[in-house]
Design a protein around this ligand. Structure first.
Ligand code: GLC
Length: 481
């Protein structure tokens, strides 16, 4: 099958969050399935352009029309990809090359990514690469299915489009005139993108894509409700017949405690006890916590933003510190109020709390390996990847049973039996605290059961093989439908 994937980020070239990880592993996993031809389209950001490691060749150039604008686009094929995925960068100095710093957040993001979406289609046409399926991701590529449906379908006979939602908080809002001025779509499409007089590109994608997916089965159900859908619940409910959930995997080659080059010691299920103890001692030293082998180390690797459930931790932590024996380590950056909270907490309890307000992939790995218990009390979570990373490294998760967390971490009882981690059902600080206490009790009072749980977590198959097969099944049904 010929598969084109369009996204605004993809590791290792460019990544700001989980979407970047998925766009590294999913194309690769799909290309390993015999008979598939996979092409990944990404914007050619300055950060990629300026990285000498990424050698490219120019394979096409043309201009993209956006209303009255004619904007140059070059298609650069990456030369050194070895796994069979063809990576194409959409080159535009104006929209991507000359913007400094962050990849999102410019005044004209709507126009930038409408350009990208259209340029991907123009690129496929100019390379005569007409795929069976185009998979688009999040609002930045939400205009693609709309353009495909409105203007490109004669050039793509039989091509089906899947729109995948990773993050519904950002929807590609623009003011009303954007419809004529930038998108310049036929009048009949106005209603599909209109939301109360404004333009919402994600709404357009949900209405025009042949199928819509999100990144876990539970989240697909949750999206029908206003609490999760950020205003799009009605639109999603109407499109319910074409919405499915496919739970992400993780890159089990990168995230492997037996080989991860960032770790001071390596281990497998059978050498877990010794290997983790070495990683824990080294981690405690690295982050300035006392090297106590028997004190459970609670860890979090997260963006410090509201929906990650940090308010529950802020609520419960003083009480936990007063009554329980543990150390806490947090890695991440984000909202200032949370950064300050954890820095202050670390200053107040220097022997028990460490806060690393930074972004570090190496330290993240050492935390998955050196921690005992992984906290992820997210308010909502489309899938979540780090809970799977943690389990792969034998770190027991404590999670809010929502979205992908519900699907990847089945709950254990107080003896650590019957699941993979500790869960709490309703989003409140006392229930979260109790789940942490239950997990700490297991650690202290039933070390054998705790160890068995760690091993069970390490034995799970979180690889992309099964999810990739589910995408294939979906693609096949779309093409036959
Ligand atoms: C977004 C979601 C996260 C998901 C990731 C990859 O970052 O918030 O839950 O794991 O996308 O799909």
């Amino acid at each position: 099958m010929r598969i084109a994937i369009a996204a605004s980020e993809g590791a290792p070239y460019i990544k700001s969050g989980g979407l970047g990880d998925v766009m590294e592993a999913l194309p690769s996993a799909l290309s390993r399935i015999p008979g598939n031809e996979v092409a990944l389209f990404l914007p050619y950001y300055g950060k990629i352009r300026n990285n000498p490691a990424y050698k490219t060749e120019l394979v096409a150039q043309f201009s993209v029309s956006l209303g009255w604008r004619q904007q140059y686009a070059g298609i650069l094929r990456l030369l050194d990809r070895t796994d069979g995925v063809q990576v194409y960068f959409i080159d535009s100095l104006y929209y991507f090359g000359n913007r400094n710093g962050a990849i999102y957040g410019d005044f004209d993001d709507g126009e930038r990514f409408a350009f990208f979406s259209k340029a991907c289609l123009d690129a496929m046409v100019s390379m005569a690469f007409i795929p069976d399926v185009i998979q688009c991701n999040d609002w930045q590529t939400a205009a693609l299915p709309v353009f495909l449906s409105a203007q490109y379908s004669p050039l793509f006979p039989g091509t089906k489009c899947l729109f995948t939602i990773h993050n519904i908080e950002y929807q590609g809002w623009a003011d009303g005139p954007f419809f004529d001025d930038v998108l310049a779509l036929p009048e009949g499409y106005r209603g599909m993108l209109d939301m109360n007089g404004a333009i919402n590109m994600m709404k357009g994608a949900i209405e025009t894509a042949h199928m819509v997916s999100t990144v876990s089965e539970s989240y697909a159900k949750e999206l029908m409700y206003p609490y999760y859908a950020h205003g799009l619940d009605g639109v999603i409910a109407n499109a319910g017949w074409k919405l499915t959930g496919i739970t992400n995997g993780i890159d089990t080659n990168t995230f492997n405690p037996a080989t991860d080059p960032a770790l001071p010691a390596h281990y497998t299920k059978t050498t877990l006890k010794k290997g983790k103890a070495l990683c824990k001692a080294a981690l405690q030293e690295e982050v300035g916590l006392p090297q106590k082998a028997d004190t459970p180390l609670l860890v979090m690797v997260t963006r410090l933003v509201g929906h990650k459930g940090l308010d529950l931790l802020c609520y419960a932590i003083e009480d936990l510190l007063a009554n329980e024996d543990f150390q806490l380590l947090i890695l991440g950056t984000g909202e200032k109020k949370f950064e300050d909270f954890f820095l202050n907490l670390a200053a107040k309890y220097p022997d028990r709390v460490s806060a690393k307000i930074t972004f570090s992939l190496g330290l993240a790995s050492r935390i998955y390996a050196g921690g005992d218990i992984y906290l992820m009390p997210s308010k909502s979570e489309p899938c979540g990847l780090s809970q799977m990373n943690a389990m792969r490294y034998g770190t027991v998760p404590v999670v809010h049973a929502t979205g992908g967390l519900r699907d990847t971490v089945s709950g254990v009882d107080e003896n650590g039996k019957g699941g993979l981690g500790f869960t709490f059902q309703s989003y409140n600080g006392d229930d979260f605290r109790q789940a942490v206490v239950n997990c700490l009790n297991l650690y202290h009072n039933q070390p054998t059961a705790f160890r068995a749980l760690q091993k069970l977590d390490m034995s799970q198959d979180f690889s992309w093989d099964k999810p990739a097969q589910r995408y294939m099944n979906l693609f096949t049904s779309m093409c036959n439908g």
